[in-house]
Write a protein that binds this ligand. Structure first.
Ligand SMILES: *Cc1c(COP(=O)(O)O)cnc(C)c1O
Length: 321
């Protein structure tokens, strides 16, 4: 077991990603809204998965892996960014993706194609079937002398969670330089790793920063996030810190994962028209839509400085809209 600082990672993210105030949206909403631009992590088209992959791919390399296998929906940002990082690091990569939702070679599927990545489609919505296919491919690779390494969906494993501990640390450093106080971070939850990292980072730094997450799938994420949080405490030798009262998750999945919502699309338009920034219909649009709705419901304190964590995803605009 190692401490947080001792755990190996590879430098993939262009750090620090910008943190600044959204002046126009702050004016419109009457709130102080900042943005952390983790859509600008600097590889592929950017996004949150790159921070997680700094740790997970370091582990893969340490394990002697030569082929990375990962999985997700057809338009998975995580899969595309894993492929992009593998291309940079000279690792082979195989993506095992759900077939449903593919129509044409658009969005992330186009980007995977440009990178010349091997993509295997599984005609099932069941995660179990995806992992069965991964196991089959792994065995086949091992039989030919290869060393495969599987990254679970969203890289939401304890090592991946550490990427968002890093992000909170980075934001706190930026806020000190800029002499602003960050009160409340709002992020997206799709598989739980990002939010677990935000919670852990805030706690480890004793920052007093509150956090809230918007779920974009219908799942109950409370147990998922709690478990990831505790497992990550374990790998960095921290006695489990008590977190139960600090987890705030609101569901804004609408009709379901990767089904665009009216509220999400309105948020995409608002951000594009007032700040010249692009959100996406699967994750960040619904998240920012949720944030705006929570403002309407007086969820935030009057003078709170709110940070919207932009986790990326704009490639899927070209597949879903
Ligand atoms: C994966 C993803 C998320 C969700 O992050 P999790 O750590 O899986 O909860 C949010 N936004 C974008 C753009 C993503 O690709």
């Amino acid at each position: 077991m190692k401490s947080y600082e001792e755990i190996k990672k590879i430098d993939l993210v262009h750090k620090p990603t910008p943190l600044y105030k959204l002046n126009n949206i702050s004016h419109i909403t009457g709130k102080n809204i900042y943005i952390k631009r983790d859509d600008m992590t600097g590889i592929g088209l950017g996004g949150n998965k790159v921070r997680k992959l700094e740790y997970v791919l370091a582990d893969a390399i340490e394990c002697g892996a030569d082929t990375i296998i990962t999985t997700g929906a057809a338009q998975s940002n995580h899969a595309m960014l894993t492929a992009a990082c593998c291309r940079k690091l000279g690792l082979d990569v195989i993506l095992v993706l759900m077939k449903s939702g593919i129509s044409e070679k658009k969005g992330n599927l186009l980007l995977n194609d440009l990178m010349g990545v091997e993509v295997i489609f599984v005609d099932s919505d069941s995660i179990r079937d995806l992992y069965a296919e991964i196991n089959r491919i792994s065995d086949e690779l091992k039989a030919t002398g290869k060393t495969p390494y599987t990254i679970p969906i969203g890289a939401s494993v304890p090592l991946g969670v550490l990427g968002y501990v890093d992000c909170v640390k980075e934001m706190v450093e930026q806020s000190e330089i800029q002499a602003i106080e960050l009160d409340h971070i709002v992020c997206c939850t799709g598989s739980g790793g990002t939010y677990a990292g935000v919670l852990l980072g805030s706690k480890l730094l004793n920052s007093g920063i509150k956090s809230t997450s918007i779920a974009v799938t219908p799942d109950d994420f409370y147990p998922v996030v709690t478990k990831l949080f505790n497992q990550t405490c374990d790998i960095i030798k921290k006695d489990s810190l008590s977190i139960e009262d600090e987890i705030n998750i609101f569901n804004y999945a609408g009709d379901g994962y990767a089904i665009p919502s009216e509220r999400g699309n309105a948020a995409i338009n608002l951000m594009a028209r007032n700040e010249g920034l692009f959100l996406d219909p699967v994750y960040t649009g619904k998240t920012f839509g949720g944030l705006l709705d929570l403002i309407d419901k007086n969820y935030f304190k009057d003078d709170e400085n709110i940070v919207f964590l932009h986790t990326g995803g704009a490639a899927s605009l070209f597949a879903f809209m």
